[in-house]
Design a protein. Structure first.
Length: 201
């Protein structure tokens, strides 16, 4: 009798776990389906957002933009924009937090392709430089110039642009206030990249 009860309990326990697993699978499948059917980034959204945001942007000097290219993707202007980490990173502004890996990769590719199709290399780079996170409360080169140097972005020197561009890789690691030695080392690396890319002579 005890064996029968034990077997019965085991069966009930197994059935219970199957029900739980089935519910969990359905929940995950439902979430994936919801993400898969979420509206994708459109050409109209890209152009509309760019035009609306650009109205309030402070112009960023070409040398500052060159520093960003040197730090992030020296070949940016020589290939399709959708293949650049700059475009991919910009496209992340349209990605929901917590998106699953497969859908994330597909969405990143779609966003980068859409941005590249609708915007020029220069427009993508400018948008990126206006918004990229550079530590603390700083988003974009304009805010960062004021925060780290107390000056307007067009009043900085080449070495200053290189330092700001160097922050993109890891704002915390290369923070010029907390880790000045690392920030200087990274700045020098960016300057070397600018020389290699012939942004400097």
């Amino acid at each position: 009798m005890a064996r029968v009860c034990a077997a019965s309990c085991a069966i009930k326990l197994a059935v219970g776990w199957l029900v739980i697993l089935s519910c969990a699978t359905l929940a995950v499948s439902s979430a994936v389906a919801d993400e898969a059917t979420a509206p994708l980034l459109t050409a109209e959204t890209v152009r509309s957002d760019y035009k609306a945001l650009a109205k309030s942007w402070v112009p960023i000097p070409d040398m500052a933009l060159n520093a960003v290219v040197a730090a992030e993707d020296p070949a940016f202007f020589f290939g399709p924009a959708q293949n650049s980490t700059i475009t991919v990173q910009l496209g992340k502004r349209y990605i929901k937090a917590g998106m699953r890996t497969i859908l994330l990769k597909v969405t990143q590719y779609h966003n980068a392709t859409t941005l590249a199709r609708e915007l020029t290399h220069e427009e993508i780079l400018n948008w990126y430089a206006q918004e990229i996170y550079l530590g603390g409360v700083c988003y974009g080169l304009v805010d960062s110039a004021a925060e780290y140097f107390g000056r307007d972005v067009d009043a900085l020197e080449v070495q200053d642009y290189a330092l700001l561009a160097g922050l993109i890789r890891s704002p915390g690691r290369y923070d010029p206030v907390r880790t000045p030695d690392r920030a200087t080392e990274r700045r020098n690396q960016v300057i070397d990249e600018m020389l290699s890319a012939r942004f400097l002579t």
